[in-house]
Design a protein around this ligand. Structure first.
Ligand SMILES: Cc1ncc(COP(=O)(O)O)c(C=O)c1O
Length: 389
């Protein structure tokens, strides 16, 4: 049997996941400090099940763009016309629709580096190349997009789209207004589409006031992505959406083509779409609750690692659910992550998972229960301190 090459070489579990599986099989309790599954950390809005059982949940009225009542609620909350929204099962699925819409096999899309590895595999599954553009870090100012590397990557690859994660995962950086201007004009100049992933947008922790949503950008063809998985900590609901915007004839053509793709799958579930207006109504106070947790954990991480003369530092964290810890390097990053898991029972994703430029970083998920988070960072500090001694 010959399989498609879309999956790339199958290398099985990495060393860290294999060790975690072995320790769990032995009955060792582990703390996953990189866990981004909110359902495991007591974050859930009120009234989800009653919203799901509302009238109409069991009716089937297929519409490639998704239930009109759900799209009306999105338009009311986020702007634009209901017809500019497309509902999907998740933002991950929305990416796959956009790659189908924009790319032929072998075409390129630009993705941020450091970045979340999901986008490389989603691109690969559509036989599309994910070509990186760089983000740079300066302390304490924070991250910025290397616009030179973005232009170079766009022109050398002939990319069809640029993916901007606003704020990016794991760097937590929002696109600044000058970056936004540069990216939009590059897209207009080169005929690239802008894919703006704004799933973490409401979670601004250390960001100043200058950020803005890219959703609804009218000067280039723009697809913005969002969903319930981060907005309401409901990844199990499987509901995401795309908003299409841009210059009139092009955006209309894109939407009508996207409708064909969505029609082939009709993947958003009726109960979740039907519940969306009620769920969106709960977003405001719920986001505040999550933000309070993120801020408390970030404060705890800063108290544990930052400070005059500390060999550690927490990178600036404008938004999102992840903080990056930079630690003094006594060993290669993988050896540190394996030792931390083996000796202290803490599973932490090392920076190379996200293509950080060099060794010496761990990703800390800020959504953990504060007691668990504090316990984990205490163990990390103890392990790395002792490996330096
Ligand atoms: C930036 C970003 N976008 C999208 C996703 C996937 O979200 P969904 O659950 O809607 O597929 C993730 C997952 O963590 C993410 O980090």
């Amino acid at each position: 049997m010959r399989f498609s090459g879309r999956l790339g070489p199958r290398t099985g579990q990495n060393a860290l996941s294999s060790l975690a599986a072995r320790l769990l099989a032995e009955g060792r309790p582990l703390i996953n400090i990189s866990d981004s599954n909110p359902t495991r950390h007591g974050l859930r809005p009120e009234g989800v099940l009653s919203a799901l059982s509302g009238g109409g949940a069991l009716e089937y009225r297929p519409d490639p763009r998704g239930l009109l009542s759900a799209r009306l609620a999105l338009a009311e909350r986020f702007g634009g016309e209901p017809s500019s929204y497309f509902l999907s099962a998740s933002t991950s699925e929305a990416y796959s629709w956009l790659f189908k819409l924009l790319c032929d096999p072998g075409d390129a899309v630009l993705v941020p580096r450091p970045g979340y590895p999901l986008f490389d595999s989603l691109a690969g599954l559509e036989a599309v190349r994910a070509v990186p553009y760089g983000l740079e870090y300066a302390h304490p100012a924070g991250w910025s997009i290397d616009l030179g590397s973005l232009r170079a990557a766009a022109t050398s690859s002939g990319a069809k789209a640029v993916v901007v994660i606003n704020p990016n995962n794991p760097t937590g950086s929002y696109a600044s207004s000058s970056e936004r201007e540069a990216i939009v004009s590059l897209c207009a100049e080169l005929g690239m589409a802008l894919v703006a992933d704004e799933v973490f947008y409401p979670y601004a922790i250390e960001s100043g006031p200058g950020r803005s949503r890219l959703a609804g950008e009218a000067r280039c063809l723009c697809f913005s992505l969002d969903g319930l998985s981060k907005l309401l900590c409901l990844p199990q609901m499987k509901l995401g959406w795309i908003r299409v915007s841009g210059p009139a004839p092009e955006a209309a053509e894109a939407a009508s083509r996207l409708e064909h793709i969505a029609d082939a799958f009709l993947s958003a579930g009726a109960p979740a779409m039907n519940a969306l207006p009620a769920l969106l109504g709960r977003a405001e106070p719920f986001v505040e609750t999550v933000l309070a947790r993120l801020s408390a954990n970030l404060d705890a991480a800063r108290a544990a690692f930052d400070g005059a003369g500390s060999p550690y530092r927490i990178l600036r964290c404008d938004g999102g659910w992840t903080a990056l810890l930079e630690y003094p390097r006594a060993a290669a990053e993988e050896a540190t992550a394996l030792g931390l898991l083996r000796d202290e029972g803490v599973f932490a994703q090392p920076g190379y998972f996200f293509d950080m430029e060099r060794d010496g970083y761990l990703a800390l998920s800020l959504i953990l229960e504060p007691d668990l988070f504090s316990e984990a960072i205490g163990r990390i500090r103890r392990y790395i301190d002792s490996s330096l001694a």
